[in-house]
Write a new protein. Structure first.
Ligand SMILES: NS(=O)(=O)c1c(F)c(F)c(SCCc2ccc(C(=O)O)cc2)c(F)c1NC1CCCCCCC1
Ligand SMILES: [Zn+2]
Length: 257
């Protein structure tokens, strides 16, 4: 969108000069210091509905020069694990380079190979553009990607299309599949804190959920994400993560001990 494209990950300190929210006191991502988390058993498991998208429904996959985004239909809803109902809008990823991890959040200083973000907006608003300017207007579900021994069959559903969107601005259509299969097998355990978009305009409107369980991909699948996408000037698109931001007194809740 307008004003989004001239910033980059190499010069993150410059973001605040154009987008003043990026210098706010509730910014994301953060390092989750386990000793600082506070147990909150009232945080319930999520109820997802509409996430099993039929294959005759086509989803747009786009390389926007900063990440690869899968647009989602407007009937994917989440309940329970959040104070109100939220509607899914899109999902995208953050990754590293060969041998360098690229998750945005970290746990006790450990950065993972990558991170998926499923972006939702509160159903009290009719558009994400309106919701993202309101406190609690957005809810992002985040989970860590790490290399395991097995191929992840659900990730294959869109990884095979990455070569078709290898350059910035390219998009393609992907047949629908079970989107919940892109999240960890177990979703009961998670961290919760109030933060922001991790990209300009950095609005501080995000209710963040970071799952305790990770997502296992094969080495080959992780490498697909790291080695396939490029930005406008033919530069490889890698290490697209923002540095950890200060807590400024914020607390991190965990619904498990
Ligand atoms: N981690 S995150 O959720 O903050 C996030 C990022 F870190 C991101 F890096 C991104 S992509 C950068 C923003 C952008 C640029 C171009 C276009 C386009 O040409 O269509 C669209 C978006 C990105 F899209 C998002 N999520 C978006 C934030 C942008 C504005 C709200 C729309 C949904 C959430
Ligand atoms: Zn993101």
């Amino acid at each position: 969108g307008p004003g989004h494209s001239h910033w980059n990950y190499a010069d993150q300190m410059a973001w605040t000069s154009d987008f003043h929210s990026c210098g706010g006191a509730s910014q994301s991502p953060i390092n989750i210091q386990l000793s600082e988390t506070i147990f909150d058993p009232s945080l319930r498991p999520f109820l997802l509905s509409g996430f099993d998208v039929p294959e005759d429904e086509k989803l747009k996959l786009k390389n926007n020069g900063h990440t690869v985004v899968l647009d989602l239909p407007d009937n994917l809803l989440i309940h329970n694990g959040l104070p109100q109902e939220y509607r899914a809008a899109q999902l995208h990823f953050h990754w590293g380079s060969r041998g360098a991890p690229g998750s945005e959040h970290s746990v006790d200083g450990k950065r993972y190979s990558g991170e998926i973000h499923v972006v939702h907006y509160s159903t009290e608003y009719s558009t994400i553009q309106e919701a993202m300017t309101q406190p609690g207007g957005l809810a992002v579900l985040g989970a860590f990607l790490e290399a395991g021994s097995e191929e992840n069959p659900t990730y294959e559903h869109f990884l095979t299309y990455l070569p078709q969107v290898s350059n910035e601005g390219q998009d393609t259509e992907v047949p629908g599949f079970n989107i919940s299969g892109l999240l960890p097998g177990r979703m009961e355990r998670y961290y919760r804190y109030n933060g922001s978009l991790t990209t300009p305009p950095c609005f501080q409107s995000v209710n963040w959920t970071i799952f305790n369980d990770t997502i296992k991909l094969s080495e080959r699948q992780i490498s697909m994400l790291e080695d396939t996408l490029h930005r406008d000037d033919e530069e490889i698109l890698q290490l697209n993560f923002r540095n950890a931001q200060h807590m400024h007194g914020r607390i991190i809740l965990a619904n498990f001990r």
